[in-house]
Design a protein around this ligand. Structure first.
Ligand code: SF4
Length: 444
């Protein structure tokens, strides 16, 4: 049917462009060696007009059309990673076993420009990186997923245009490790954002999503502490107590009547979690890498410095996912627009903090991967990562993102770096009548 309309549309175009009469279109299926003839007559012209009218109506509609009943069409459809038809079927029928049409991984590189004074430009179809006192590096655009500009590196207008055209995310992180912002070319459809505005203008909807989020993060924090209690002597008691208390608070979350009360539950869980976290640090770790409580803006010790810097890398990736999907980062459902960070990105970050940053940082500390002098710059009341520290953290974080993980709801495996975008798309499904799949990523 779809091919028939396409071939009729081509006939129509040829007629009007060349001012000729076309009597027939033909489709050749090379794989099957079959030729199909499609007569082009008045009925065909009417079919094309009807298809154009329907397409216009769909374009102007705020509602997404339902996925097709013929799932075989989806397997070869280029829109499948955006439309997520298998996940939509799962949302309607929880017995459905979805096949993965969403790509498992994104192997494109993430280029971090750490050295101040580096300039990023364009040469042909490549990105050109010029560092001080180093040979010029060129990388083909198709190999790049993001460029992250740390500190005071420069990027040319030509390179920015090129990145926008090639869908390469450009993100800025300050010298102190704070996420500054992203180059946003706003390619997403406005209908998508209007649906988001409509859904997230409803306080009840926001509260429902926020409960999922706080539950998801709290469960992740609890599971992480449960993993760490194995083989713990003295610390085990403290961990057991915190695990039980977190469970107690988690049970209260469904009863939250407002975002403010939910914030209270979240704060309780965070206090219990960070209070117990020091028990996960191995006794062989130097005391300089120790952790007693969570502090930030600025971080006062090396462990907090690593967590804060990791969260900056994480929010940058979440923003990349949100901009790729085309949602409005400034409109969230839990965090309020108080800081420079976009609320929706802060919301979605909650899901990934434990598996991508807390666990990766803790593992690196317990492996004694950090040089307490060379990897950190110490101020009077603050600790920053040095350039070597940033390189190490980026390496640890990017390696963690490459690990594959089985999604607990869709039941297929994909890398963490693909999960960001999938989770944003699943969030969008919540207000498109295909909900129930978002916010279930909990470490096992
Ligand atoms: S993937 Fe979506 S757009 Fe493509 S055929 Fe399936 S339902 Fe239609």
């Amino acid at each position: 049917m779809r091919e028939r309309i396409q071939i009729l549309a081509y006939c129509c175009l040829l007629e009007s462009a060349l001012n000729i009469t076309v009597k027939e279109g033909r489709i050749r299926y090379h794989a099957d060696n079959v030729l199909i003839k499609v007569p082009f007559d008045d009925a065909g012209r009417e079919a094309v007009k009807a298809a154009i009218k329907q397409a216009r109506e769909l374009r102007n509609s705020l509602h997404r059309p339902p996925v097709t009943d013929n799932e075989r069409l989806c397997a070869r459809c280029s829109l499948a990673p955006v439309c997520l038809p298998e996940e939509a079927r799962l949302a309607h029928n929880r017995e459905w076993q979805p096949i993965r049409l969403f790509p498992e991984d994104d192997e494109r590189e993430i280029i971090h420009i750490l050295e101040p004074g580096t300039s990023v430009g364009r040469t042909g179809e490549q990105i050109k990186i010029t560092r001080r006192n180093q040979p010029v590096e060129t990388i083909p655009a198709q190999r790049i997923g993001q460029i992250v500009m740390h500190s005071f590196s420069q990027m040319s207008t030509q390179a920015l245009h090129f990145c926008a055209a090639q869908n390469i995310g450009v993100h800025l992180i300050s010298g102190g490790g704070r996420y500054v912002g992203s180059f946003d070319t706003r390619t997403g459809s406005i209908q998508r954002r209007i649906r988001q505005y409509a859904a997230l203008s409803n306080p009840e909807t926001c509260l429902e999503f926020a409960k999922k989020l706080v539950t998801c993060r709290g469960q992740g924090q609890r599971k992480f502490l449960m993993r760490g209690r194995r083989g713990k002597g003295e610390g085990a008691e403290k961990l057991e107590w915190a695990i039980a208390q977190i469970q107690r608070v988690l049970k209260q979350i469904p009863k939250a009547k407002s975002l403010a009360s939910l914030l209270g539950f979240e704060g309780n869980i965070a206090g219990l979690y960070f209070g117990a976290l020091p028990a996960l640090i191995s006794e062989t770790v130097p005391k300089e890498m120790g952790f007693s409580d969570r502090n930030r803006r600025p971080p006062k010790d090396r462990f907090n410095c690593l967590i804060s810097a990791g969260y900056s890398l994480l929010i940058k990736d979440i923003m990349n996912g949100i901009l790729t999907v085309g949602l409005e980062p400034a409109l969230g459902f839990y965090h309020q627009p108080r800081t420079q960070a976009p609320p929706l990105a802060l919301d979605l970050m909650e899901i990934f903090r434990v598996p991508l940053v807390d666990m990766a940082v803790m593992a690196s500390v317990n492996r004694n991967q950090w040089d307490v002098k060379a990897d950190f710059d110490l101020g009077k009341d603050q600790v920053w990562l040095s350039e070597s520290g940033w390189r190490k953290l980026i390496d640890i974080y990017e390696k963690r993102k490459q690990e594959t993980w089985k999604h607990p709801v869709t039941n297929y495996s994909l890398t963490y770096r693909r999960l960001f975008e999938l989770e944003v798309r699943l969030l969008e499904k919540e207000w498109c009548g295909e909900g129930g799949l978002f916010g279930h990523l909990v470490v096992r």
